[in-house]
Write a protein that binds this ligand. Structure first.
Ligand SMILES: NC(=O)c1ccc[n+]([C@@H]2O[C@H](COP(=O)([O-])OP(=O)(O)OC[C@H]3O[C@@H](n4cnc5c(N)ncnc54)[C@H](O)[C@@H]3O)[C@@H](O)[C@H]2O)c1
Length: 428
């Protein structure tokens, strides 16, 4: 059996490896020649995916990458894992999905299964993608080819998150499409969770991500309220989570980051409008979460003020550029927002992140491109007026930070259990 996986990113690459290890030959397709070349040479370009895992499946002939989409003729299934960002008006941008649909439609063979994995609003698979596939191929979904949606549940950087053991929700355009998709995934994934339609599967993913966004907003709000009352929200959450039922711990932070939680719920908001529906929880959570960087900057100002310093003219080291601990992914990271806000107030800003040695050029943060992470040593760190912990990478030595930094603003409770001087540590 041979399957094509389109989009060899944070989702597509681990999925490719899992299929390749499960006796399914994988043709990885991407438009990025640099990624394709690296993977064919057995090199991973993602920190938490070891090159050895890629090299092994390449060596065994179970995985190869290509930019030639005509090769989908060779496969019996095509899985699409391309980006689904928001455009500058914060509306869904499904152009990557549609472009992929157009690229594969011309070569689509009868009987092929096409599965979309990209997170998106209900209706994308059976309306938008179906249309480009049918027009481009002259074939009909459900009759000539199979169509399904199966959301990705990747948790980058979590060593216990293994594609094979995370249950996979699958919805088909027809019952036969569902059966085909179940058969495909059951080769590589232990538990399949079938649902009645592509839309139900799309909606499942949006529920999962909205649930997180809303709960993170709740603890972010409580963080601000409890801080005003002199109560440490981290202590409260740690106590509350000892309740063995009806509670699930979420943690506050400097704002949302990554490719999913800050973005996906707004796919639902946008689609809901078509039905005259409003997503008030999502909007409110978005408002609270996007307000976090301003709160953090306010706390940095308080901390500096305590030391008779103003933001303007001070220097601040932002620790952690990645949006979450122990990964090298800094897409949508709130650290960028913090750096923007601080420098707009006259702060000399630098960052330290062992996983992001230099900022790559991106559309959103063009002017930071080329900025390098500072060195981690006493002389460098102690020269900053304040250190702002935005991401709590496990490899950072917080004991050293306590010894070196005159003032620390901690948004992640990274300094828990580390002795600090009175007035040195501020939670934010
Ligand atoms: N990263 C995560 O943790 C995560 C988790 C769950 C779901 N998702 C969802 O999975 C999807 C993919 O996310 P990702 O993080 O893997 O993105 P990514 O940016 O890491 O990877 C996407 C890949 O697609 C390629 N690509 C872009 N346009 C293409 C095209 N027209 N044809 C072929 N390849 C193309 C890019 O070059 C890139 O390699 C998104 O919808 C995202 O919301 C991501």
């Amino acid at each position: 059996m041979k399957t094509a996986i389109v989009g060899l990113g944070y989702v597509g690459l681990p999925l490719s490896i899992q299929f390749a290890k499960s006796d399914v030959t994988v043709l990885g397709l991407d438009i990025d020649t640099a990624k394709v070349d690296a993977l064919n040479q057995g090199r991973s370009y993602i920190k938490h995916i070891p090159s050895e895992a890629v090299a092994e499946v390449v060596r065994q002939g179970m995985f190869s990458a290509s930019t030639d989409f005509s090769r989908v003729r060779e496969v019996s299934a095509i899985i699409i894992c391309v980006p689904t960002p928001l455009n500058k008006n914060r509306e869904p941008d499904i152009s990557y999905i549609l472009d992929t649909g157009k690229s594969i439609a011309r070569y689509l063979q009868k009987g092929t299964l096409v599965v979309l994995e990209s997170t998106t609003y209900p209706g994308t698979t059976d309306e938008d993608l179906r249309e480009v596939l049918e027009i481009g191929s002259g074939l009909e979904a459900g009759r000539d080819f199979h169509l399904a949606f199966s959301p990705e549940r990747e948790d980058p950087g979590n060593p216990n998150s293994k594609v094979a053991v995370i249950p996979k929700v699958v919805g088909g355009f027809t019952p036969a499409c569902l059966e085909k998709a179940k058969a495909l995934y059951s080769k590589a994934v232990k538990t399949i969770v079938p649902v009645s339609s592509c839309r139900a599967a799309e909606a499942t993913k949006l529920l999962e991500n909205t649930f997180r966004g809303v709960n993170i907003a709740l603890v972010n709000e409580l963080k601000v309220v409890y801080s005003a009352m002199g109560i440490d929200v981290w202590e409260v959450i740690n106590a509350a989570k000892t309740k063995p039922f009806g509670f699930m711990a979420f943690y506050p932070g400097p704002g949302l980051g990554g490719h999913c939680i800050p973005i996906d719920p707004f796919y639902l908001t946008w689609k809901a409008r078509e039905y005259g529906q409003h997503t008030r929880f999502i909007e409110l959570a978005g408002e609270v979460n996007t307000g976090m960087p301003a709160y953090v900057v306010h706390r940095v100002a308080d901390a500096l003020n305590d030391r008779k310093k103003a933001l303007n003219g001070s220097s601040v080291l932002v620790v952690g550029l990645a949006y979450k601990p122990n990964v090298d992914d800094e897409r949508e990271s709130p650290s960028y927002v913090l750096m923007e806000m601080l420098s707009a107030r006259g702060v000399k800003v630098a960052y330290y992140d062992p996983y992001v040695p230099v900022i790559r050029p991106t559309r959103e943060h063009r002017h930071w491109a080329g900025t390098k992470s500072v060195e981690w040593n006493r002389e460098t760190v102690s020269n900053f007026d304040a250190v702002l912990i935005a991401t709590n990478h496990a490899s950072i030595n917080y004991q050293e930070l306590a010894e070196w930094a005159p003032c620390i603003v901690d948004t992640r409770n990274a300094m828990a259990g580390i002795a600090t001087q009175p007035g040195q540590l501020w939670k934010a």
